[in-house]
Design a binder for this molecule. Sequence first.
Ligand code: ISE
Length: 334
Amino acid sequence: MPVRIGVIGVGVMGGEHARLLAHEVSGSEVVAVFDVDPQRAGQVAAATGARSHDDPMVLVKDEQVDAVVVASSDPTHEQFVLAALAAAKPVLCEKPLAPDVAGCGRILDAEVELGRRLVSVGFMRRYDQGYRALKDVLDGGRVGRAVMLHCTHRNASIAPGLDSSALISGSAVHEIDIARWLLDEELTAVTVHTPRRGAGATGTQDPLFLVFESASGVLVDVEVFGNAGYGYEVRAELVADHGTVSLDSPPPTALRSDGGVARVVPADWRGRFAEAYRRELQDWVASVEAGTLPGTASAWDGYVATEVAQVGIRALETGQRQTLELREKPALYA
Ligand code: ISE
C-alpha cells in the first residue's frame, strides 16, 4: 500500500514536493492538499489526483492521510508540526522548523512527550551527492581531520527590501546545518562581517561574511550573497590535515563555441538541488513505510539551526562575536 500523504502549502516548494511525491517518488501518493490560495490548491489537487481541503487541521486528522508535508509559510510551521505530532503522524517540515527558538522548543517538548521521533526537517543538502561525497572523504580519513570549511552561497537575487537577517535565517541556515552534518559536531561561536554592499543590494546589507567556530576549533566561513546577479551558485571546500575536498559549481557541462567556453549556472536552488529534494522525499517515504528513522534532519537539528541562525543575527546586529549555548539535548535525539 502506498504511503498516503497530505501536503500543507502547495506554493513553490510544496507544489514541487507534491509533484515529486505523486509522480517521481515510489511508494507514495498525494491524497490531500491545502493552501491559503484555494485556486492553487485546486490546481495541485487536479495534477496529483488529491482532494483539496479547506482546513489544514482537518487534513492532518484525516484518516486517509498517513503522513504530512508542511511547506506553508514559515510562521505557520509550528502549529502544523504540533498537529501532526498530536495525531502521531510522521511529518516532513520545510526549513525552518520554526522561525523562533521558542517555537522549536515547543516542538521538541511535544516530540519528547510523545516518545517517538516523527519530525523531519527539509535540509535537503544532506541528500546532495556532492555534499555526501565530501562527507565520505572526510569520514574515510583520507585527508585527515577538518581544519576549515569555506562556503559560498549566492542567489541571483532575493525579494526586494528583504532584511539582511533573512540572508542568515533563510539562506546561510543551510550552511549552518550542513556544517554540523559534515563535521559531526556543534558550532560554538559566530562573527558576522559586512563588506561593502553589492550594487544589487536592496533593503539592507548584502552580502554578508559569517565565520563560525566549531567545538573542535574548525573554522567555517560562509559568504552569503543574496543579489549576486549572475545566477545561483553554492560551493564548498573542506580543508583538512593532508588535503582538501571541494564541491565545485556549476555542473561540469561546458559549451565551447565562438571562441569561448561557457557553463550554465542554475537560476535558483530548485534546479541545483532538484535531485537532492527527490532523494530526501524518497528516503522519508521509505522510512514511513518501514517505520524506521529517515536520514533527514531531526527536530533537534531544526532547533539547532534556528538557534544558531538567531545568534548569527545577533552577531550581525551587534557587530560582536557571539557564543552559542544550546539547550540540553534530550535522550530521544542521542
Ligand atoms: C531559499 O529559501 C532556500 O531555502 C534555498 O535553499 C537557499 O539556497 C536560498 O538562498 C533561500 O533563499
